[in-house]
Design a protein around this ligand. Structure first.
Ligand SMILES: NC(=O)c1ccc[n+]([C@@H]2O[C@H](COP(=O)([O-])OP(=O)(O)OC[C@H]3O[C@@H](n4cnc5c(N)ncnc54)[C@H](O)[C@@H]3O)[C@@H](O)[C@H]2O)c1
Length: 336
């Protein structure tokens, strides 16, 4: 880990969920950080513990001049800025595409112009669309099932981002690492995800409906494990010019999650099962063999422990908002 002491690193999307946890870890490891974010889906509050130790650029990743300036004199660039959230894919597919494509194009061009040595780019499990086999290895085809469906605005930007990264790197001589996160969760994840949504319903005593019969699975990866994997990309030469699934191969059903949460909150949740809407995938399971073999990566936080830590954080967060804001300001009521 001494490798990162004094390294100059730019993190785009650095006040978001993964970004804020990564930046906290990088500061601990002695890196000099510049964080760039326009707070589209995050807030400075996420990085308050390190605000006095980093440079924060409040800007849009689509602004080439700012990206060129911010990448200058960096050793490593980590590109996380993107518009996540299924509702956003439907509401603003044009914006999702613009930020995803223009943002990554600005990054790769600036990396070339400023002669940066290593670029890390966040892709997504969504690039596999509905996987054809499980566990899903990095060699699985990337698919855009229907370009007319706004749902695929986000995943298509991830596929284009991978292409831009790989081919600019090959032609222009920098190293890259691309990673495809699978259901990373933990404190600061936001509110439009299954785990915070369930916790919110428990804390606020809301009705507990489940889409489908609860047998659909996800492979949840606790944020600290995800950050461990990201740090391996930065410190192991073998990670260069590779694509990795980022996640945890262990699967949980939605019903498993409910059972664990019942244990954590100490009461029965009695979920009501309703019909699963068409279009969503019912299973995601990353094949983690490549990360295990090349990086010696091994997740450490089990689902029960991860859920407990996440529950405790969200409970406090909800109590904070209930005490300090009006209901229209509660973050869980905001559309994006
Ligand atoms: N969390 C996961 O499980 C997961 C899964 C798949 C892919 N990813 C990818 O990993 C990366 C980080 O994800 P996350 O979970 O932290 O999401 P996040 O939404 O918390 O973080 C993304 C950040 O990008 C910022 N952003 C959006 N538009 C911007 C713009 N135009 N200019 C500058 N900043 C902008 C947002 O404000 C936010 O802080 C993203 O690229 C995401 O697509 C994450």
């Amino acid at each position: 880990m001494r490798k990162l002491i004094g390294k100059n690193i730019l993190v785009t999307g650095g006040t978001g969920f993964i970004g804020s946890h990564l930046c906290e870890r990088l500061v601990k490891l002695g890196a000099n950080l510049t964080i760039l974010d326009n707070s589209f889906r995050s807030s400075k509050r996420n990085i308050e513990s390190i605000l006095d130790k980093v440079e924060l650029v409040e800007a849009d990743v689509r602004n080439f001049d700012i990206i060129k300036k911010s990448t200058k004199d960096k050793d490593i660039v980590i590109h996380l800025a993107a518009i996540q959230g299924t509702q956003n894919f439907y509401d603003y597919p044009d914006l999702v595409l613009d930020v995803g494509v223009t943002g990554t194009l600005n990054i790769v061009k600036s990396v070339v112009e400023n002669k940066i040595k290593h670029l890390l780019v966040a892709s997504s499990s969504e690039a596999y669309s509905t996987p054809q086999y499980f566990p899903t290895p990095e060699t699985h085809p990337l698919i855009i099932p229907d370009p007319a469906n706004p749902r695929f605005s986000y995943s298509s930007t991830k596929i284009i981002s991978e292409m831009l990264t790989i081919h600019f790197a090959k032609k222009k001589g920098f190293d890259y690492t691309i990673f495809r996160p699978h259901n990373v969760y933990g404190p600061r994840l936001g509110w439009k995800h299954i785990v915070p949504e369930f916790i919110k319903r428990i804390v606020l005593n809301e009705e507990f409906t489940i889409q489908g019969d609860g047998s659909q699975t996800r492979s949840f990866c606790y944020i600290d494990d995800g950050i461990d994997q990201l740090i391996l990309y930065l410190t192991k030469d073998k990670a260069k010019n590779q694509i990795f699934n980022l996640g945890n191969q262990k699967e949980s059903t939605v019903n498993d999650i409910i059972r664990h949460l019942e244990e954590i909150c100490g009461r029965k949740l009695n979920p009501k099962y309703v019909e699963l809407p068409a279009g969503g995938t019912t299973r995601r399971n990353p094949d983690m063999v490549k990360a295990e073999q090349i990086l010696d990566y091994e997740p450490k936080v089990g689902i029960k422990e991860g859920l407990k830590r996440t529950y405790d954080w969200y409970k406090k967060e909800i109590e904070y908002w209930l005490k300090n804001a009006k209901s229209e300001e509660y973050p869980w009521n905001l559309r994006r």
